[in-house]
Design a protein around this ligand. Sequence first.
Ligand code: XIL
Length: 372
Amino acid sequence: MRTGRTTTVVSLAVLVAGALASAAEKDVPALKDVFKDHFLIGGALNRRVVTGHDPGAAAIAEKHFNTATAENAMKWQSLNPWPGRYAWDVADSFVAFCERNEMAPIGHCLVWHSQVPRWLFRDESGNALTREVLLARMKDHIMTVVGRYKGRIKGWDVVNEALNENGTLRASPWLRIIGEGAEDKKYDFIESAFRWAHEADPEAELYYNDYGLESSKAKCDGAVALVKHLQSKGVRIDGVGIQLHASLEHPSVEGLEYAITSLAAAGVKVMITELDIRTQTRGYRGADIGRINRRSTQDANADAAETQRRLAQKYAEIFSVLLKHRKDITRVTFWGIYDGASWIGGSPLLFDRDYRPKEAFFAVLSAGRKDQ
Ligand code: XIL
């Protein structure tokens, strides 16, 4: 009885939210139309959106986006939480949602040190794996996942966040175990991942994705070196994703332009893959997901008019840089749809907690219109 009533109240709330969202949405132009001659526009979709539990957010996505990325559903931990067993439901819903709504689906991500299951880097007795066994696990995972969606995914983030701030490779279990501490094996895990992803779906684009490329020139140079290494081995790499988890002060125009121009000069497409702007001004500034979460980014002034004005200005500045370099940029994806479901909390996106477009939305819109 109680459960029944709760369900009714929740369904009603969902309906009302959906109605409000569509009312708020009716009169504004679609971002995907405004930027159609420049780049794809998208967002990260979470489980609630793709399974029909957040119709307000789904309505925004359907209207504004022509591409989407799975926020968590295609990470190793979500897809393959137990050895040999896969859980496809949410990832399948994500791809189906994209297909129903004509959004190019982006697979995120195949090889990363974060959001991986505990068993991945250990054998049955708890010992560290050998290079061969870890390579075999990686191959099996990539062939299984990329193979399942063959022909349906526009591009894969094949390797995510493999670099340190100083441009060297991060000492993740992937590097330590497969690289075995040898200089001439350091790129092996990356090279293998790209080769297998290509083998599993020869039509899919393949990307390297990382944060901080716009704030550390050394890190950006490290990404360029990685691209050049793959190219020198004849391995397919189509693009590099600049995540762009920004803040009200960061990145500088110069840093962002440095990243876009150096990556483009290496001969790959450049994408902004996880755009949001943190409104909190104190505390940790980086983008390491071990250190960012809703608590570490709490922001008492998130909704203040002054904060929203600064947010709009930062979005306008970023979009003016992206438009200036539009010949090199193929996609801009926001990391979420609206503030209420952002991974960092506060007020980092274009739509507020009631699904209404914010000042930041209109700033992005006018940046785009100026350039139409
Ligand atoms: C984040 C998701 O948004 C959160 O829901 C999750 O709890 C942690 O991961 N870099 C990435 C993304 O490549 O996968 C991360 O997504 C954000 C940072």
